[in-house]
Ligand binder design. Sequence first.
Ligand code: PRP
Ligand code: MG
Length: 181
Amino acid sequence: SAHVENDLVNVLFTEAQIQERLGELAARIEDDYAGKDLLIVGILRGAVMVMADMARSFSRHLEMDWMAVSSYGSGTKSSGVVRILKDLDTDISGRHVIIVDEIIDTGLTLSWLTSNLTSRNPASVEICTLLRKPEALQMPVDVKYVGWDIPNEFVVGYGLDYKEQYRNLRDIGTLAPHVYS
Ligand code: PRP
Ligand code: MG
């Protein structure tokens, strides 16, 4: 269909639900980091929407930075080897850092990123993800802030892509079967 939202067969989370949940997570983070400086790090490209909306539901000061990473051997992520395409512009030594992503699937990306950032001697590193698939986890990842745990289904929208499309959907959902054929 010409309209991108028509390809969603099942909406899991609406725009309103997502905004409400991000507000709750931001409020918790504000409490937990009261009196501390805070740097949130978004993982390109999927985390763009979460970063933009969550950052704007904070009432405190914070800094934002970005990383882009890629798994070796395009396509398969099973190696767990990650390469940095764009590093932080910020020296995080002594800083309180929260890595922000929109989904944890196998956990390989965030597991690798956590140890990479931890090696830079920050004051702390935590993870905030909008979605997590517990059944898909291959690496243990200690996640402090989770929007929702979801079943091991392929979801798109709100930053999540299928072949680079559907990131611009406001809702998150599953694709109609005709899209894949
Ligand atoms: C996706 C998603 C997470 C990661 C999660 O990013 O945005 O960053 O995979 O998968 P994992 O838990 O199995 O490591 P992707 O590398 O596809 O790039 P993108 O953010 O540009 O879509
Ligand atoms: Mg990503």
